[in-house]
Design a protein around this ligand. Structure first.
Ligand code: LLP
Length: 435
């Protein structure tokens, strides 16, 4: 699952005690395991090997440049959703001809940037967007290639905020409209519309929704081909799960065994956009207990990790396993599930210092007693954690550390208070003195 394990009562990332990192780098800090990133990427690549897919790691899940570089070196390409993410991919020398650019609201500047950098595919979400890409490609005299994002109307059985493949969501176009888009834009334009893109949600911890959506996509592709359109690629998006509690995410092999038979004889370049399944289990966020307190019947552990470092619990009531880094003897957790009631564990909420009642990272959890200064870790925080961090309450962004075997290195510095005010300080002189 990952390389975060307790040894002799201490949490290790690979061969490094997490306490050592916290002592050197302070808290809160994101800690990543290089081996976990590469293991998860390799498992997906091997599972789908029969179809030689282009694996476009979804940068939005964890966008640190060092992580992107590591993944590029083992053969990953990238899924970007903004000019900023494209900049990151270019910065680490990614092969832009293998990049897919998704997102419902690409601006003209982003379209120009993407065409000029020679990206592989625009994942197009509307007719207006396609018209605009066509116009800009014509003006620049540079042809572009696009996949039409089709909404297969399949329920991925996940959180409503991360469901994307239902027809009432803002993403893509429905199957009927897809045919009309091909009739209008499918031939003789500056944009070659030669692929279909589907992404149904995230995380999707079942294979059946992929079977349903891929089957629908193949039906559409067959009927488009009958009408004379050349379709060369199918992008089935991301959404494969990560393990937050146990082994709730099917292994890469299970997804592949469900999807490959549908595509085996269709003659398409398969594109995948996995994010969380590669990065989710590859990171934790480490914090310190600042205070403990009780209020009424409730016990609180107030940590220096808050919604500004890990927003998912506040936003989706998402579950992250939280546990002391160096628990007392007898309290090494047997698993990462919700029910860890043991003798002398206490029911508590783990909260942060931010001024919001929604600022919690774990609610109603049985935890061993923790004292001021003790370290805690929130697990499965490699995906959608550092990338969703905010500066709310003027909190500087936490650093990121990468562990490689016996060693660790900083891959993003902790922000300072000066970093927080610099962009404004230089504008103070713009104030109208009489105002
Ligand atoms: N492709 C597209 C078009 C996407 O929209 C996404 C994620 C992915 C690929 C990657 O999905 P993954 O393999 O990571 O599941 N903030 C939420 C997740 C939002 C996902 C957005 N799109 C969370 O924290 O759970």
């Amino acid at each position: 699952m990952d390389h975060f394990n307790y040894r002799d009562g201490q949490l290790f990332c690979e061969n490094v005690p997490v306490e050592r990192i916290a002592d050197e780098c302070g808290t809160p800090t994101y800690v990543y395991s290089r081996q976990t990133f590469t293991d998860h990427f390799t498992r997906i690549r091997d599972a789908f090997a029969e179809l030689s897919p282009i694996i476009c790691y979804s940068i939005k899940s964890c966008h640190n440049l060092s992580i992107l570089k590591i993944l590029k070196e083992i053969g990953s390409s990238f899924d970007v959703v903004s000019g900023g993410e494209l900049k990151r991919a270019i910065e680490i020398g990614a092969d832009t001809s293998q990049i897919v650019f998704a997102g419902v609201g690409k601006t003209d500047d982003e379209i120009i940037q993407a065409i000029n950098s020679g990206i592989g595919w625009f994942n197009v979400e509307s007719e207006q967007e396609l018209e605009q890409i066509d116009r800009i490609a014509g003006q620049l005299g540079k042809p572009a290639t696009a996949a039409l994002r089709v909404n297969p109307d399949v329920d991925p059985q996940t959180h409503r905020y991360t469901t994307t493949g239902r027809k009432e969501t803002k993403f893509g176009v429905d199957v009927e409209r897809a045919r009309r888009v091909f009739n209008e834009f499918g031939k003789n334009r500056h944009v070659a519309l030669t692929a279909i893109h589907i992404h149904i949600g995230s995380p999707v911890n079942k294979v059946e929704p992929y079977i349903a959506s891929t089957t629908k996509a193949v039906e559409l592709i067959r009927s488009l081909r009958k009408d004379g359109f050349e379709i060369t690629a199918l992008n089935i998006g991301g959404g494969f799960g990560a393990n937050y509690e146990g082994s709730e995410a099917p292994p890469a092999k299970a997804y592949a065994e469900a999807i490959i038979p549908i595509l085996r004889d269709v003659g398409l370049q398969l594109i995948l956009e996995p994010g969380r399944s590669i990065s989710g289990n590859a990171g934790i966020v480490v914090g310190r207990c600042i205070y403990t307190k009780s209020s009424g019947d409730k016990q609180f552990l107030i940590s220096d990790v808050s919604m500004t470092e890990l927003l998912r619990p506040a936003l989706y009531e998402a579950y992250h396993f939280v546990w002391p880094v160096n628990p007392e003897t007898g309290f090494v957790p047997p698993h990462r599930g919700r029910d860890l009631k043991m003798d002398s564990t206490v029911l508590m909420d783990v909260v942060g210092p931010v001024c919001e009642s929604g600022d919690f990272i774990a609610k109603d959890r049985w935890l061993p007693l923790v004292a001021r200064g003790d370290l805690i870790a929130a697990f499965t925080a490699g995906a959608y954690a550092s990338v969703m961090a905010s500066h709310y309450n003027s909190r500087p962004q936490a650093p990121e550390v990468l562990v490689e075997g016996d060693t660790f290195r900083l891959i993003r510095k902790r922000e300072t208070y000066d970093d927080l005010v610099n962009a404004e300080r230089s504008c103070l002189s713009n104030l109208n003195p009489s105002g």
